[in-house]
Design a protein around this ligand. Structure first.
Ligand SMILES: [Zn+2]
Ligand SMILES: [Zn+2]
Length: 371
């Protein structure tokens, strides 16, 4: 230890070490500069290791557990508000910059449903001397309803996707997928931190399904995804419903999705004299396979817009393959009459199969392709 030849400005004792060696931030206050000149004993006497607020307040959503921070609600997945209280206190505490090797332990104490007392003990080293300080911060918790839960409770919605199909009802597969996609898109939005995305309602409607969503953006994305997957088209129409608190217009937008006349799995008669087609794709072009031959089929969607639907692959039944007659014909058991019936042999038919899937429709009986 070197004797600096200086004396403590408070008690007048000689000061050990050189005060100028002690770290001091460039923006240190006059008070901090004065404290630095004190002897260790005087310095430690008035030393506050921790700067803690007298109390803290947390707003949580009683419905979803979100916590209000700054100006907005944040999802923290809190099941236990003591964790939220500890975190809030942790963020509001300040540790003296001169302390080194600081560690702390914390113990929350639930006093009643809306109060958690957070006890925290800090240890550190100041001017080579270990110091310890304990603080207790009472945290009051108020249970409120966040903006999203308020909107959900009020059945708020901004966009409606009307899932319809041209000349038919949408299939169960299509409506199930629409509902599934709506939830997927909401989850995608939520993962980017968007709390305002939710599904308000999914309900059957005249000629299809209506999906009500919290934002127009979600509505647009759902409409676009449905058309990407199933073909068809969509249009939108907006209605002014109200003004928001700042006088800005608030619009509701209806997205009318029109799925194509034919869906994947339909068996249609294109009316070209070459027999029924099992539909595989329904975008700008309809693609599929001829049932009689197994040959590939492709045509612009508008060319088959009026084609008759004979059935769907879901209606096909498993039946016995009785005999292979030649390259063009096989005998199968008619699933209704149980009589051996000669039908066209598709190119990909496995002649060793015991059974095949057949579709009986008003134009006859056909073997369906396997996959
Ligand atoms: Zn002193
Ligand atoms: Zn909430």
């Amino acid at each position: 230890m070197s004797d600096s030849g200086l004396f403590c400005p408070r008690c007048g004792e000689p000061v050990e070490g050189d005060p100028d060696d002690r770290p001091l931030p460039p923006d240190a206050s006059r008070a901090a500069r004065r404290e630095r000149a004190l002897c260790d004993a005087c310095y430690l006497e008035g030393f506050d290791l921790v700067d803690a607020p007298e109390s803290a307040h947390v707003r949580v959503c009683a419905q979803c557990g979100a916590v209000h921070r700054g100006e907005r609600w944040v999802d923290v997945g809190a099941e236990d508000y003591t964790d939220v209280a500890v975190e809030t206190v942790g963020e509001s505490l300040g540790v003296h910059v001169d302390a080194e090797g600081v560690s702390w332990s914390v113990a929350p104490e639930q006093v009643d449903p809306s109060t958690v007392r957070v006890h925290a003990t800090f240890d550190g080293v100041v001017r080579g001397t270990p110091v310890q300080e304990s603080v207790t911060v009472p945290v009051t918790i108020s249970r409120e309803t966040c903006s999203r839960c308020g909107r959900i409770a009020g059945d708020y919605y901004a966009g409606t996707v009307q899932v319809r199909a041209a000349g038919r009802e949408p299939t169960k597969e299509e409506t199930d997928r629409a509902a599934e996609l709506a939830h997927e898109l909401v989850n995608e939005q939520a993962e980017t931190g968007d709390r305002e995305a939710f599904v308000t309602e999914i309900a059957p409607a005249e000629g299809g399904l209506d999906v009500k969503l919290s934002t127009n953006r979600l509505g647009e994305r759902l409409a676009r995804r449905l058309v990407e997957e199933f073909g068809g088209s969509y249009s939108s129409a907006e209605t002014l419903v109200t003004e928001d608190g700042d006088g800005n217009p608030v619009y509701r937008v209806a997205f009318a999705v029109r799925l194509p006349r034919h869906a994947e799995g339909d068996v249609i008669d294109p009316g070209d004299g070459e027999g029924p087609v099992l539909v595989r794709g329904v975008h700008e072009r309809v693609t599929g396979r001829r049932l009689a031959t197994g040959e590939a089929y492709e045509a612009p969607a508008e060319d088959v817009a009026d084609a008759t639907t004979l059935g769907t692959a879901d209606d096909a039944e498993e039946t016995t393959l009785v005999a292979v007659e030649d390259d063009h014909a096989v005998q199968v058991l008619d699933p209704e009459t149980y009589q051996a019936t000669t039908v066209p042999r598709p190119a990909d038919l496995d002649p060793d199969a015991d059974t095949v899937r057949v579709l009986k429709h008003r134009e006859g009986l056909h073997v369906l392709p396997e996959a």
